[in-house]
Write a protein that binds this ligand. Structure first.
Ligand code: SF4
Length: 469
């Protein structure tokens, strides 16, 4: 889920760990533990109705919770092409339930965490592995296969080979579309099978062994499309900044997600988004949701509550023109900032930035940091550190060539686009961040964040001019 580039920190030795205030630190951990237990016993009402896998905390609970009609209905199948509103029904739910019962030996957690997001999966003849989150569906949906068994079998191979279960199914589905369109042929793929399941296994083998067409596909959709040529670029319709995105194709432009997709520095929306309901709740559910929404940052709390309470079907309160752009920026800022904090602290996003009403939030994290390290921070100063990180990462990307032209979700990401309004959203977000029209942090912004050395570099390289900086 995160962007930390590490899975675990292993420590060895017999000496004590130094903690600034050990007694308070342990008490804090117990407080968090109590909250976790409370949240695991109290799924959020509106969310459990609309997105059951997200009603608890942790990463989406797709091994513990069987019903994932939310992903199968709303995400796109194949090469991010089709929505299948009728896949999830009582019969398929029963099949998934039986299959999960058969293959999931037990639920497991990361070390010392009680949340149990993952399952230990064992399929006869395919080895044992750990599975969690949307990986349960990524291969199945990309392959347009109905049978849950396929998912657990191919994930066994994918896990063993160490490939990413978000992007790998996409590059395979992309290759199959090219084959069906006659852009890739039997000459490129001699012996290519005819049924969808065998095709996925076949291409997965080629990719991990970098054999034949697999050598090109292993570079990812964006680069493979350009290497293959012959019109393949048109089939690359789900990448942003040269990277595969989660396969989502929706109806009307969502201004909050537009900005996160367009301006995020990270590969995937799951590393940027979090904490705000993605589907409409009933008026009663909304009232209930905001009652104990203690995680809201002080500076945006009222704006965000207003957004949620008013957001609805009425044209003046529906996307893309609701909420006002300053609230859109606040919503984006909150979501991004919490991920930057988690990335720096090594915290699991499932217990903080990604989850609804998580145990760690902007109000108690300064306390955790103080008890652990003695560094005194409050909500504002912690936010400022995250903003420096966010700006510094943007600066690195700017040095590598990132400009406004790159900040584009795929054209078919939403059926109804509002291109003029999207430009306005970008303009306003850039202003909110203190960036110029090209999305480059200005000298003033960099100096305010004590990053003056970055603006000097920008001027030296001709990225900013002294007079406009
Ligand atoms: S640390 Fe995070 S991913 Fe791991 S079990 Fe806990 S909540 Fe889930």
């Amino acid at each position: 889920m995160g962007d930390k580039g590490l899975k675990a920190i292993a420590m060895r030795g017999t000496k004590s760990l130094n903690i600034y205030r050990p007694a308070e630190f342990v008490e804090f951990c117990q407080e968090v533990q109590r909250f976790i237990e409370y949240r695991m016993k109290n799924p959020l009402k509106g969310i459990v109705r609309t997105m059951p896998i997200n009603a608890y905390i942790g990463i989406p609970q797709e091994i513990k919770v069987v019903d994932d009609g939310w992903h199968t209905d709303n995400f796109a199948w194949g090469n991010a092409r089709f929505r299948r509103k009728n896949y999830w029904n009582k019969e398929i739910e029963k099949r998934w339930e039986e299959c999960l019962k058969k293959v999931c030996k037990r639920l497991i957690s990361c070390y010392n965490c009680p949340v149990q997001c993952a399952g230990l999966i064992s399929v006869e003849g395919y080895g044992t592995y750990v599975l969690k989150c949307f990986s349960r569906l990524t291969y199945l949906m990309a392959a347009m296969v109905d049978d849950p068994d396929f998912s657990f079998k191919i994930n066994a191979y994918g896990t063993e080979y160490g490939v990413d279960s978000y992007t790998t199914p996409q590059v395979i589905a992309f290759a199959i579309e090219l084959y069906e369109a006659g852009i890739l042929t039997d000459q490129d793929m001699p012996g290519f099978p005819s049924d969808p399941e065998s095709r996925f296994f076949w291409l997965l083998e080629k990719i991990v062994k970098r054999e034949g067409i697999g050598d090109i596909l292993a570079n990812g959709v964006y680069w493979a499309a350009r290497q293959i040529g012959r019109g393949a670029e048109i089939y690359d319709h789900n990448t942003i900044k040269k990277h595969e995105q989660v396969p989502i194709k929706l109806g009307v432009l969502n201004p909050i997600y537009f900005l996160m997709h367009a301006t995020g520095e990270k590969m995937c929306i799951t590393q940027i988004q979090g904490q705000i309901p993605q589907v409409l709740l009933s008026p009663e559910e909304k009232e209930e949701f905001i009652k104990d929404w203690i995680q809201l940052p002080s500076k945006y709390a009222e704006k965000i509550k207003e957004w949620l309470l008013k957001w609805g079907e009425a044209p003046e309160y529906s996307y893309p023109f609701w909420p006002p752009i300053d609230t859109v920026c606040a919503l984006v800022d909150w979501q991004e900032t919490m991920h930057y904090i988690d990335d720096s602290l090594g915290l699991c996003a499932g217990l903080s930035s990604f989850a609804y009403k998580p145990p760690y939030h902007i109000h108690n994290l300064p306390r955790l940091i103080y008890y652990a390290t003695g560094v005194e921070l409050d909500e504002e100063s912690l936010w400022e550190i995250a903003l420096r990180n966010r700006t510094l990462i943007r600066a690195i990307n700017v040095l590598r060539g990132l400009r406004r032209r790159d900040e584009k979700p795929p054209l078919d990401h939403w059926k109804k686009r509002f291109l003029e309004y999207e430009e306005k959203l970008l303009d306003e977000y850039y202003k909110f961040r203190g960036w110029n029209k090209e999305g480059i942090p200005t000298k003033e912004t960099l100096e305010r964040l004590k990053l003056g050395y970055v603006s000097k570099k920008f001027i030296e390289r001709g990225i900013l001019k002294e007079e406009e900086a």
